[in-house]
Design a protein around this ligand. Structure first.
Ligand code: PEP
Ligand code: MG
Length: 755
């Protein structure tokens, strides 16, 4: 059964559109279940009706014509109850509704299963039979499994506008693709799709003016593939004659010209060689995989493998020459922080990723760079939008592809209003972050790039609360040496001197990887990351510590922050290594090496519970709420499926932060928040009332948070903290805080989607 299901899913995935997919499903399910009818109804929400979209067994003339109200018939029962209904005699049911012309009067056995996606019922799949018997358990479970698979395909088709006809509206390109807000702001720009190498499916649709160049590149790639296969074949010859057959088949395919000629004619039509190759390979592979003969259908796999090999050669000549538009919107299925950093200065206008969420490092980096970002836009057809005009609405998490002038004009207006607000906030730049009753809470900025230091200083920040040293590591192709790091850190320390600058030691692992230090783990966020790597690699750690200490010579504004502290031994060992680094520098002749202030990040629940003993060993504490939330709530910060559950206002998170603040205060150790929570207007109000000493946030959030602080009294904020003790749900807390912001005339700062 599993094999049958796998086949059906494969075929459905290869279908060109939803209509083809539904037709395939009804035919295959009818065959597999050896029944007489299989039909799919999809719900038309505005019309409150279930519409017959495909059927094998009922009169085809009724497809798209049968429309049943949501509560009508057995289909309506399955829909409203959101549960399967299995009847041996459907016609005897009080809910049975006979629709003349369908030809269903001869069927008795009925099984209907709801198609559910993320708690929403999208439609119903039914099977009917002549016999008066209910369907067997394994038949029911098969249909339930198929319905679950189908749900994803339908949701996708809905998102890309394929089921417009059903809704009878004209969504067109003015209906946005939905994702999650990654970084606030809106922008209009041209997309550049970044795709992983050697992945045919990821190749974007791209046109070319240089047909001859593309043709030559393709021929060269084919020749290189032939050479490679020939060499492989010779090597394999020593091992097994069976494997040789495979290479013969590959070489034959390359000689047979089918792949070659088709690809060449696509290039001649103006397509980029990689796009032309992708389409030809997919077309051939689909042809083979739909064959019933198992041997032939397996050949689809070989064709894709061959295509991938040609692609690798093709890309070895073309990658690295990425052209960026003046207003580039970087789009990818899996955007990396280093891809963002590769965009030339001044050209990055926005960021869109079909995976990840607002707490992913890509989103954090986008916020640091002050560009809007949409994350987790799961249904975005990334490989079809290269070079297209996009509108990115980072507030609502929406992406519009080539929208109408109406939308463009609307967003241009928003951009203008935003610029005005920024200008207004600019006036606060030189004013302190001080409440109406004179309580000061210095605001620091989070940084990680040298290029954002000017913007950081211009924001009115009073220091750097978190400099993520891993970012400079990520854009290099090897570990930076001590001198190189010293130069970088010196610039950072100088930029805010004499104000404090907090350099965090290397925090790689999780979603921050170095191409030259790959870490392959099943569960990277629970794996080798942060201080764990540094302590396991004292060579790398000591080099970094020495560079930090040397950079601080003559400036003495260095604070060192240790990430991912989970056990006291990690602090003890780190302190010893810092001491060792300092001693070695002094021994080798450096005279002005300061004793930096050392801080620990509290971003793991274990550290929350040990704040008291941690505070006894360090000079300051910084709460990393980004990770702390994911570990307290068991919600992967990168997973868009559970992004709704990731909320800094969850009572458990608030209680953890309170506990840390109390313990730090008891030990007279200053405590700050450097996670994104500090830049959330509603949360910042709470943090103010909780007595945090400083807050550190993105450069974009800083002026807004300062505005909030200057509008409230410390007393008011404390009262608000006491008030929310009574709430049990994050959404009630947010609603309450938003109301308070609104009352203070700051409603405009409430993030859409966080209302
Ligand atoms: C955090 O976890 O809150 C934090 C500031 O660190 P990062 O986002 O870099 O993991
Ligand atoms: Mg962290």
């Amino acid at each position: 059964m599993l094999e049958t299901l796998r086949r059906i899913v494969q075929e459905v995935n290869a279908a060109k559109n939803l209509e083809q997919a539904l037709n395939l499903i009804v035919t295959r399910v009818k065959q597999v279940m050896d029944t007489q009818v299989c039909s799919v109804f999809l719900s038309d929400i505005p019309a409150k009706q279930n519409v017959l979209m495909a059927s094998d067994g009922l009169a085809t003339s009724e497809i798209n014509h049968i429309r049943l109200s949501f509560s009508e018939g057995l289909v309506g029962q399955v829909y409203t109850r959101a549960e399967p209904i299995n009847l041996e005699n459907a016609q005897a049911s009080e809910h049975y509704k006979y629709v003349p012309g369908t030809g269903e009067e001869i069927y008795f056995g009925f099984l209907g299963v709801p198609i559910v996606h993320h708690r929403n019922v999208l439609g119903v799949i039914t099977v009917q039979q002549l016999e008066q018997r209910s369907f067997k358990e394994d038949e029911l479970t098969l249909l339930v499994t198929i319905a679950a698979q189908l749900a994803g395909a339908i949701a996708h088709a809905d998102a890309v506008g394929e089921i417009d006809g059903l809704h009878g509206d004209t969504r067109g390109s003015d209906r946005p693709f939905k994702g999650l807000s990654g970084a606030s702001g809106v922008c209009i720009g041209t997309s550049v799709v970044i795709y992983p190498p050697a992945d045919l499916d990821a190749v974007p649709n791209r046109k070319t003016h240089n047909i001859e160049g593309e043709m030559n590149a393709f021929i060269a790639a084919v020749d290189a593939t032939k050479d490679e296969l020939q060499k492989l074949k010779e090597r394999i010859a020593l091992l097994s004659s069976e494997d040789q057959v495979l290479f013969d088949a590959y070489l034959l395919m390359l000689k047979s010209k089918t792949l070659i000629n088709k690809t060449q004619s696509r290039i001649a039509e103006g397509y980029w060689a990689s796009t032309a190759l992708r389409d030809t390979v997919v077309e051939h592979a689909n042809l083979f995989s739909s064959m019933d003969d198992e041997y032939l259908s397996e050949r689809a796999h070989d064709i894709r493998d061959l295509g991938r090999r040609i692609l690798v050669h093709l890309q070895s000549g073309t990658r690295g020459t990425q052209i960026y538009h003046e207003k580039t919107i970087l789009v990818s299925d899996e955007l990396t922080a280093s891809a963002l950093m590769e965009v030339p200065e001044g050209k990055l206008a926005g960021v869109v990723s079909s995976t990840g969420s607002s707490s992913s490092h890509v989103a954090i980096l986008a916020r640091a760079l002050g560009v809007p970002a949409v994350m987790g836009a799961k249904d975005l057809p990334t490989n079809r939008i290269d070079g297209k005009i996009l509108v990115v609405d980072g507030y609502r998490g929406n992406v519009y592809i080539e929208p109408s002038n109406l939308i463009i004009t609307e967003f241009k207006k928003i951009i203008e209003e935003e610029n005005e607000l920024t200008e207004d906030l600019d006036n606060l730049k030189d004013m302190p972050a001080e409440t109406t009753d004179g309580f000061r809470i210095p605001l620091y900025v989070n940084s990680g790039l040298l290029s954002d230091l000017t913007a950081s200083r211009d924001s009115g920040a009073e220091g750097i609360g978190l400099y993520r040293t891993e970012f400079p590591f990520m854009i290099r192709d090897r570990f930076p040496g001590e001198d190189e790091q010293t130069r970088i850190y010196k610039q950072v320390l100088q930029s805010f001197s004499p104000n404090p600058v907090t350099l965090r030691t290397l925090d790689i692992g999780g979603d921050k990887t170095l191409s030259y230090f790959p870490i392959k783990e099943e569960n990277p966020f629970l794996g080798w990351r942060g201080i764990r790597i540094s302590l396991d690699h004292p060579d790398i750690f000591i080099t970094q510590l020495k560079a930090m200490l040397r950079a601080s010579e003559g400036l003495n504004n260095l604070h060192i922050l240790l990430p991912m502290i989970t056990s006291i031994s990690e602090i003890n060992d780190s302190l010893s290594l810092i001491q060792k680094a300092r001693n070695e520098l002094l021994e080798s002749g450096y005279e002005n090496i300061c004793t930096p202030r050392i801080g620990a990040m509290i971003e793991v629940p274990a550290a929350v519970h040990q704040t008291d003993v941690i505070a006894k060993r360090v000079d300051f504490i910084s709460i990393g709420t980004n990770d702390l939330i994911q570990y307290i709530l068991a919600v992967d910060r990168n997973n868009p499926n559970v992004a709704e559950l990731y909320d800094c206002l969850h009572p458990a998170v608030i209680s953890a932060v309170k506990h840390v603040v109390r313990q730090a205060e008891r030990n007279n150790v200053p405590v700050s928040v450097c996670g994104e929570m500090a830049g959330d207007p509603a949360a910042a109000l709470l943090l103010l009332g909780m007595g945090l000493e400083t807050l550190s946030m993105s450069v974009v959030a800083l002026p807004r948070i300062k505005w909030i602080i200057r509008k409230f009294s410390y007393k008011q904020a404390q009262k608000i903290v006491a008030e929310i003790e009574n709430f049990e749900e994050a959404r009630d807390i947010r609603a309450y805080l938003n109301k308070e912001l609104d009352k203070a005339g700051l409603g405009g700062l409430i993030r859409p989607g966080k209302r």
